[in-house]
Ligand binder design. Structure first.
Ligand code: GLY
Length: 404
């Protein structure tokens, strides 16, 4: 098991062999950090184990809070969790800024989902119908109305959906703010790799912490696996404890909008072009993020010529003027996809072991609600009502019920 793909160089801060915490969080991405922050706020001694905390998929993600524009068939239950988390963002961002002294780039800018040709428009009409069945009612705009809102859009845009509630945050700034908030709340960091979970097999089987790569053990009353796409490979546990999480690669580009070109776009613009999703997320600091490919390629995080080409080709069809902008970065990350693309939140069938992973396309969006749910679980033993449909037991119950 590996907590991240990065190399361990920093050694361990505040954790020694046999060190004991109330809560041990394995994985220091945004989900692990928000879990640790909330646990520490509730008075639990908390340690995060990760060779490079603040890394992970948040270093790549664009940070769309796209509960409505990323709605998919069969994800109606997830929609209510996504909407609840989106509603918490303003107060979450303010609380985190207060706790860390860092802004997270939360921007209530809204989103415009547009269509370029007849097929795209049919797809967008379908999405609109699904949204309306779910009680949402984004406004349908003509191509001309779309261009009135966003003059840089191509003349070929045929129509679009105006979704004023799908906003954005900057995931890198979110990770930095959570790191500082954790430190200020007294969370300890063990900058180490985890070899496996520590399992006690007396009367009942229970997870008692982790064993590090060098053989030392960190023990805890409760252990949370927040390892994103990494690390659910069994970890030496009995079969059926951990549902499978698969890595889904996303390639992302970053451009810079020079002041002379601003405002280039005023809101997130997205489309499905030739079946592939493309989105452009403009930040107030001039960064323009273009994402994202979706590739089932295992652990590969290579940035490919084909990936960059497709993103630029599709983004250029939407907003031709972007070819003038400097390209400042290309990167690729791994989304953690669960079997039903919804997160895995809560207890496993092993005492002392919880999961907070599988957030797939919605990690940044679901950060506030995940922190609240995991904080409540760790402090009281109960998941809040809203999070109960997302317990990992929805996948392992059947295995558990089978005779040995
Ligand atoms: N939510 C955006 C993505 O997964 O690409």
């Amino acid at each position: 098991m590996r907590t991240t793909t990065a190399a361990s160089t920093d050694g361990m801060e505040g954790a020694t062999s046999g060190a004991t915490s109330d809560v041990l969080v394995v994985g220091g991405g945004i989900i692990g950090l928000v879990t640790a922050w909330r646990a520490a706020q509730r008075g639990m001694s908390t340690t995060v184990v990760d060779p490079a905390p603040g890394g992970g998929a948040a270093r790549v993600a664009a940070g769309m809070l796209a509960a409505v524009t990323e709605l998919h068939y069969g994800e109606e239950t997830l929609l209510s969790l996504n909407l609840a988390s989106a509603a918490r963002y303003p107060s979450f961002a303010a609380e985190l800024a207060e706790a860390s002294g860092q802004e997270i780039g939360y921007r209530a800018c809204g989103t415009l989902a547009v269509a370029l040709d007849a097929d795209d428009r049919a797809h967008l009409r379908e999405l609109h119908a699904l949204q309306r069945r779910c009680g949402l009612d984004p406004e349908w705009l003509t191509g001309r109305e779309c261009r009135r809102l966003e003059p840089m859009l191509a003349p070929s845009v045929r129509g679009g959906l105006r979704v004023d509630g799908d906003h954005q945050a900057d995931p890198r700034r979110l990770a930095t703010a959570l790191l500082v908030a954790c430190e200020r709340a007294g969370v300890r960091f063990a900058r180490e790799r985890v070899a496996r979970l520590a399992l006690a097999t007396a009367a009942d089987e229970r997870v008692t912490g982790v064993v590090l790569d060098d053989g030392r053990e960190l023990s805890a009353g409760q252990t949370v696996l927040a390892t994103g796409a990494h690390g659910l490979d069994g970890a030496g546990l009995p079969p059926g404890v951990l549902p499978p999480v698969r890595p889904v690669k996303g390639q992302v580009l970053r451009l810079r909008v020079p002041p002379a070109y601003a405002p280039f776009l005023s809101r997130t613009v997205r489309a499905v072009v030739r079946g592939g999703h493309v989105y452009l997320v403009p930040r107030t600091n001039g960064e323009l993020v273009i994402g994202a490919t979706s590739e089932e390629m295992g652990w590969d995080t290579t940035v490919t010529a084909g990936g960059v080409y497709e993103l630029l080709r599709d983004a250029h069809e939407l907003v031709p003027g972007l070819t003038e902008l400097p390209l400042t970065e290309t990167c690729a990350g791994l989304r953690p996809g669960s079997p039903d693309n919804a997160p895995l939140l809560g207890p496993t069938r092993l005492a002392g072991l919880h999961l907070a992973t599988g957030h797939y396309r919605n990690g940044v969006l679901l950060t506030p609600v995940t922190g609240d749910a995991m904080g409540e679980l760790l402090a009281t033993g109960e998941l809040p009502e809203q999070a109960r449909p997302f317990t990992p037991r929805r996948f392992t119950r059947r295995l558990q019920e089978q005779p040995a």
